[in-house]
Ligand binder design. Structure first.
Ligand SMILES: *Cc1c(COP(=O)(O)O)cnc(C)c1O
Ligand SMILES: [Zn+2]
Length: 425
């Protein structure tokens, strides 16, 4: 890997990124394919040249492509359109959710950021677009991941688009839609008899082998780049609100990375002067079948105790969440909260979002919607503050969650009599 790190130093002439920083001890390293601190084994994150970030203007962003790459000036890679992988990801609808707001008693505007509208129908296209661009800039020839489902879809799709080899690892018990939607793109798909945490452990081991030296695992060895892609969820919400931050955001948590980076994106927008400062609060959502971060929040502790995941929200089933402590910090430091909801509440959440907003979410979106409702009912979320809810995936991927709850209102003969006998006329 040393060769790649050295090469990277010369590959970023236009990038605002300057170093890799340890989130634990603050040690810094040159940009490259490294994800853990040599001093303390803490996770690394991209550090930026503050002066370069502050040169980015709203006008430059607006003149950019209608995708996450309009924010290239705030991302570590992709400044050069030649190496950038632009799958059309991002600029997903920010929907004004007035009927859901009424149902929950909001007096302030409530918005749904619908990330099911991405090319492979989940927010993972954001992180993969950035990670595969980084992989290409760093000289990797194959892309890989450990996935709870949506990441697998996105990695396989992005690889096929640019003709890069891919190898994707998933737990073998994933929803069939997510398996098919990965395998269809070609590439190698390996189903592991074990949990996501087992899959992730294997991938960490593989990333260290000589045979995988030229393979970028998007959420292992190029994770610092991957994680930055989630910032675009925050950038877009602010831009779509007319360059204003919402006062509250509710986001689902698997590893806790997405939530942490939405918080980071808001801090960067404030520090660069792209938006006015707002005392925003960050709220986190988990399913009761896998709630290690929300449990630590409830217990008032900083350490996240790993669990063995169960339950229907498989895309969020990470029992040992790498970014758990940072998600706790983002929520606590902004005065937000976290909670979790059970499988029945998740199904209710899917239906509530569908019936009031016309948005059909996968189980993760059901978790987030049900948590929003629960936080309103417990008084922890303020209905007089403007709020954005993140829906991160498409209901067509997890049809089984609600397929036995909904059905045609009637099955009739194609006649007026048929309508009458069904009481519809
Ligand atoms: C991966 C994923 C998340 C969040 O993942 P983090 O690991 O917390 O960044 C949220 N929703 C869906 C649908 C996902 O696939
Ligand atoms: Zn460190």
């Amino acid at each position: 890997m040393t060769a790649l790190i050295d090469r990277a130093a010369g590959l970023y002439p236009d990038s605002p990124a300057s170093v890799l920083v340890c989130r634990n001890c603050g040690a810094t390293y040159p940009l490259g394919a490294q994800h853990a601190c040599f001093e303390c084994f803490g996770p690394l994150e991209i550090g930026y040249d503050a002066e370069r970030l502050s040169r980015v203007t709203r006008e430059q962003i607006a003149a950019g492509p209608n995708s996450i790459w309009r924010y290239a000036g705030l991302l570590p890679v992709g400044q050069n359109p030649e190496t950038r992988v632009d799958s059309g990801t991002g600029m997903t609808p920010l929907i004004r959710a007035d009927r859901l707001a009424d149902r929950l008693g909001f007096t302030a505007p409530l918005w749904v950021k619908d990330d099911s509208a991405n090319p492979t129908h989940s927010f993972k296209d954001r992180v993969v677009s950035v990670a595969i661009t980084a992989a290409r800039e760093l000289g990797f020839t194959r892309i890989a991941c450990a996935s709870t489902g949506n990441l697998a879809n996105s990695v396989a799709a992005h690889a096929s688009r640019i003709g890069m080899d891919s190898i994707v690892f998933i737990p073998s018990d994933l929803e069939s839609a997510k398996i098919t939607q990965t395998a269809v793109y070609g590439g190698t798909l390996v189903a592991i008899e074990g949990s996501y945490d087992d899959v992730n452990r294997l991938c960490s081991e593989l990333a260290e082998t000589d045979e995988f030296e030229s393979t970028a695992f998007v959420n292992v060895n190029v994770r610092p780049y991957y994680a930055e892609g989630s910032k675009t969820l925050g950038f877009e919400a602010a831009e779509q609100l007319g360059w204003r931050l919402p006062q509250q955001v509710v986001a689902p948590m698997a590893s806790g990375s997405l939530l942490t980076k939405v918080h980071k994106s808001f801090k960067e927008l404030i520090s660069t002067g792209l938006v006015d400062p707002v005392d925003y609060r960050v709220y986190g959502a988990q399913s009761s079948g896998c709630s290690p971060i929300a449990q630590a929040f409830a217990d008032g502790v900083d350490t996240v105790t790993p669990v063995k995941p169960t339950g229907i929200a498989k895309s969020l089933n990470i029992g040992n969440p790498a970014d758990g402590p940072y998600a706790l910090d983002a929520v606590r430091s902004t005065g937000g909260a976290m909670t979790h909801v059970n499988d029945e509440e998740i199904r209710d959440g899917i239906q509530l979002l569908a019936e009031t907003c016309g948005v059909f979410a996968e189980t993760a979106g059901g978790v987030t919607t049900a948590v929003l409702k629960k936080l309103v009912e417990s008084g922890q979320l303020d209905t007089s503050r403007e709020t954005v809810l993140y829906n991160t995936g498409d209901g067509l991927k997890t049809l089984d969650a609600v397929s036995d709850r909904v059905a045609p209102s009637a099955v009739i003969a194609p006649t007026l009599k048929g309508m009458r006998s069904a009481g519809l006329l």
